[in-house]
Design a protein. Structure first.
Length: 87
């Protein structure tokens, strides 16, 4: 599975814009977010669609989420927001 292309990231721009509002992350490159100095979230694409790899339980391994529908994107946003919420 390859990293998301510019065209794929263009299609995900509304999701990226919402992710940017969450805080707690730094977007080092378009669509690649870090928490502190550790990679936290990035996107992939393949014939099955678009996917996001994210570390929901820091410092866990990445979990993969499909982000092809608005429901999938909402689910991802909710999970990321919970992970980044102050304790």
């Amino acid at each position: 599975m390859k990293h998301a292309t510019v065209q794929a990231l263009d299609a995900l721009e509304p999701l990226l814009a919402e992710l940017r509002t969450l805080g707690g992350m730094k977007e080092k490159k378009r669509g690649v977010f870090y928490v502190k100095s550790r990679a936290f979230l990035h996107f992939h694409e393949d014939p099955a669609g678009l996917f996001c790899d994210v570390r929901l339980d820091l410092p866990s391994d990445f979990e993969r989420f499909a982000v092809n529908t608005s429901a999938e994107r909402r689910r991802l946003l909710e999970r990321v927001a919970r992970t980044l919420a102050p304790v």
